[in-house]
Design a protein around this ligand. Structure first.
Ligand code: GTP
Ligand code: SPV
Ligand code: MN
Length: 588
């Protein structure tokens, strides 16, 4: 037994009695045990070993073809009161949910092994950190959790023998039945039950389920925040590092921004960018009154398509060892992997993500658009020296951003904190392949948390306002960016990726008070000439276009916001009502 904690032992006993596995294996996190599980996973066909010379320690996994992304319509917040889930979540009465799901879980692990995975979200020993235990019948889950979290005995040591403060996660692949797939959260019980899926975001319960949905609820009650944000550090030539956190919706550029390589002109001057996190930030007010952040994860569950030596060499380097690839192309000639956008040489002798013989000339995609890599953070060439710092890093700026072909300009700054909360709350973005459903539809996704907020979104807005009051003049400055504006032919106008550094430099300049801004109805914008375009084939005129605020479009936008805000009724903070009225007035 790995722990004497009775709360853990009693709960595991109950779940064993429910799911009835043949065997229970406690995951200690040792290399020997993990090697055994890898061998078992390969033997069962759940994973395939890749070319161990070219990709040491790397494996390939294919999900069921109907199980490739998060399922928002089957994700539930099972709070006791319906009102506490709010208008943006699916709600299910917890008594009914437990009863219905118990029928599905009953005996679902017969003939299978249950793995007991203790894990810590956040560095072991940090005050920010919280422990979870996931019970699962999937070796793929065990091996992914090993990469994504601090897993094994160390997590039980952090929890201690008495504490009851851990998140209880139960997962079974069951029959992978789409009709009976449920991802259920019981915030008041620190409990997550997930059944009939084997896809990352639905089954790696430390990630979206705990570190965002449950943790956002905990943060509201305990005075901190769990956000869908990357964290990066920009080091100037004097060696000082300033940290930025940025919230973009799923598959809208967090991993890419977090690991960016600065353009030549900044590298020549001695600027460096450090990655602290690429998906989730836990934020607290520190003893000095500033906002401090940790990345609770220990790896990257990143989007594969589009990741290349050109777009994101640091991400690619992170995947060269100890990585699990999910739903990518398998090159049969050398048993390596490929995906759209990796390079211009798709393998001729290959299997697509479904495991079928694939002809790149067929016009069909080989990798699933939401194919992913699970890579250890320590592999990343630009991983921050502060990555394991239990105190986290102080945040100077918060960026919200989305994928908008029109309307949203390249960058703007909020007038103040409350206006910044407004800017986050009105975010809209085109949907992506990260969740099932239509791709490319613009929807409101406040703070990039629409699918991840574990309680009433109106209360969540109020919590943001409250945090601003506590932070006072030490609050980070708040900005909005959009890398995705398109021209008449639908091409992206802004080069993006590493060149986003040029926008970050303006943002830092604003934080330091060293650069001017122009006031527009939606916020402060750069003077076009203040975005450095040296070395690019676009000029200041193009930047001017990217910064254009089209009043007619924004009036439509304001009407859309008013409609969206209507959903929240009494729970919409007065501060945000005032902000909307202010915007409408400025637009005339
Ligand atoms: P999740 O892991 O789903 O939360 O996504 P993410 O926000 O980390 O997104 P990621 O960085 O993986 O980017 C998703 C897609 O957007 C990839 O296909 C990228 O190539 C593309 N992308 C990222 N940054 C940029 C950019 O600056 N410009 C353009 N045009 N595309 C980008
Ligand atoms: C996202 O969809 O925002 C992800 C991937 O980061 S998943 O973990 O599947 O949710
Ligand atoms: Mn994400």
């Amino acid at each position: 037994m790995l722990t004497k904690n009775k709360n853990v032992l009693d709960w595991v006993d109950k779940m064993v009695a429910l799911t009835k596995p043949d065997e229970v294996v406690w995951i200690d996190g040792s290399d020997e045990q993990l090697e055994q599980i890898r061998a078992k996973s390969v033997a069962s066909g759940e994973m395939q070993a890749l070319n161990q010379e070219k990709l040491p320690g790397c494996y390939l996994h294919r999900t069921a073809i109907n199980d490739v992304a998060r399922v928002e319509h089957r994700t539930f917040i099972c709070s006791r009161k319906e009102e506490d889930a709010g208008p943006t979540n699916n709600w299910w009465n917890p008594t009914e949910a437990y009863a219905e799901l118990s029928k599905l879980f009953d005996g679902c692990m017969k003939g299978r092994t249950m793995y007991v995975i203790p894990y810590s979200m956040g560095p072991i020993g940090s005050e920010f950190s919280k422990v979870g235990v996931e019970l699962t019948d999937s070796t793929y889950v065990v091996l992914n959790m090993d990469i994504m979290t601090r897993m094994g005995k160390q997590a039980f040591d952090h929890l201690g023998d008495e504490s009851n403060d851990f998140v209880r996660g139960l997962h079974s692949k069951a029959q992978l039945d789409e009709e009976k797939r449920y991802i259920c959260h019981f915030p008041e019980d620190n409990t997550i039950w997930s059944i009939n899926s084997g896809y990352g975001g639905n089954v790696l319960l430390g990630k979206k389920c705990f570190a965002l949905r449950i943790a956002s609820y905990q943060g509201k009650n305990e005075g901190w925040m769990a956000e869908h944000m990357l964290i990066l550090g920009i080091e100037n030539p004097q060696g000082e590092v300033k940290y930025i956190a940025a919230a973009f919706p799923s598959a809208c550029g967090k991993t890419n921004l977090a690991m960016l390589i600065p353009p030549q002109l900044y590298r020549d001057k001695g600027y460096k960018v450090w990655c602290v996190g690429d998906d989730i930030a836990w934020l607290r007010i520190g003893p000095d009154g500033r906002l401090w952040a940790i990345n609770p994860e220990n790896g990257f569950f990143g989007v594969a398509p589009g990741t290349s030596e050109k777009s994101n060499p640091n991400a690619l380097a992170s995947t060269r060892q100890g990585t699990i690839f999910t739903n990518v192309v398998q090159n049969l000639d050398d048993n390596t992997v490929w995906w759209e956008g990796l390079d211009k040489n798709p393998p001729k002798n290959a299997l697509n993500w479904k495991g079928e013989k694939w002809d790149p000339a067929s016009g069909e995609k080989g990798a699933h658009p939401n194919s992913r890599f699970t890579a250890p953070a320590k592999n990343c060439p630009c991983i921050s020296p502060e990555f394991n710092n239990p105190q986290g890093v102080p945040i100077s700026a918060i960026i919200f951003g989305g994928r908008r072909a029109k309307t949203a300009p390249l960058v703007y700054q909020s007038f103040d904190w409350n206006h910044g909360v407004f800017v986050g709350s009105i975010m809209a973005s085109e949907t992506t392949a990260a969740a099932t459903g239509k791709v490319g539809v613009v929807r409101r996704d406040p703070m990039a948390m629409l699918p991840f907020c574990g309680y009433h979104m109106g209360d969540y807005f109020a919590h943001w306002i409250e945090m601003g009051k506590k932070l006072g003049d030490k609050a980070p400055k708040i900005f909005n960016t959009n890398w995705f504006r398109t021209d008449e032919e639908g091409h992206f106008i802004w080069p993006g990726f590493g060149d986003n550094m040029r926008v970050l430099m303006w943002i830092l300049g604003r934080c330091e008070g060293t650069v001017d801004a122009v006031e527009t109805p939606i916020g402060y914008e750069p003077k076009p000439e203040d975005i450095n375009v040296e070395g690019l084939d676009i000029d200041t005129e193009v930047v001017k276009g990217l910064l254009d605020v089209d009043k007619a479009l924004w009036k439509e936008e304001a009407a859309g916001i008013r409609e969206f805000y209507g959903k929240f009724g009494d729970k919409l903070p007065q501060e945000l009502k005032d902000q909307l009225a202010g915007l409408e007035k400025r637009l005339g």
